[in-house]
Design a protein around this ligand. Structure first.
Ligand code: B16
Ligand code: MG
Length: 211
């Protein structure tokens, strides 16, 4: 019996991939390291510092200290937050808004389960903070997906057992994290390629059929 739903943010509720890409691209260009959309796809669900390490696989310059890496990641985040400021409620589809409302009406508890430390800012910009009972994000975890920590925290915040939670994810690492947490894993978008997914859906409102 599913009594709780945990949602990934980027790629499920909103599409901030393009902003992540623009911000990393600017940082990479300034550093003189090759970066393209294919590499950007590998950053989904991955924490900021781990994302930087993936980008630096192509870096051929002098060794970078930890402090310099933090500086680079911070610079990327400043560019990214500047871009996030452009977001408005119209960046969330009415399908997503309506479906979240219907889940609530059915008595389902709702949490966010995102690796992002900017999750609250994004939900605020798109006017969706009130749609969630709890928020588990990059600020309350030490390990990012495929580690289950972000989803286990969400279940804890909701006072729900992992086995009664379903997770909706667009990243394969997110599906792996949901299964590692002992939850039902629902895949949308690229995550449908994961063999570990329990359900695959084509459009957000399809989750209503699972309740
Ligand atoms: P931030 P999700 C993830 O969000 C993004 O998919 C990933 O590209 C990003 O690096 C990560 O958040 C950290 O984001 O730099 O804002 O803390 O898909 O888990 O909602
Ligand atoms: Mg995602």
């Amino acid at each position: 019996m599913i009594d709780s739903f945990i949602f990934d943010l980027d790629g499920v509720i909103v599409f901030t991939d393009k902003y992540h890409y623009q911000a990393w691209k600017q940082m990479a260009d300034e550093l003189g390291v090759y970066f393209d959309e294919k590499i950007n796809n590998r950053l989904r669900g991955v924490s900021r510092m781990d994302s930087l390490e993936i980008i630096l696989e192509r870096y051929e310059g002098p060794a970078l200290s930890y402090e310099r890496k933090v500086e680079l990641a911070t610079h990327k985040n400043e560019i990214y937050r500047e871009l996030l400021n452009k977001m408005t409620p119209s960046d969330v589809s009415s399908e997503v808004r309506e479906t979240l409302k219907k889940l609530r009406e059915k008595g389902i508890k709702i949490s966010l389960g995102s690796s992002s430390k900017n999750a609250r800012l994004i939900l605020e910009k798109v006017d969706l903070l009130d749609a969630f009972d709890e928020i588990s994000d990059g600020n309350n975890i030490t390990r990012s997906k495929p580690d289950p920590e972000v989803f286990l925290k969400a279940a804890e915040f909701l006072h729900s057992k992992p086995e009664t939670c379903a997770v909706l994810e667009d990243a394969i690492s997110g599906i792996e994290a949901a299964k590692a947490a002992g939850m039902t894993a629902v895949a949308i978008g690229d995550a449908k390629a994961s063999e570990k997914a329990d359900y695959r859906i084509d459009t957000f409102s399809d989750i209503l059929k699972l309740i």
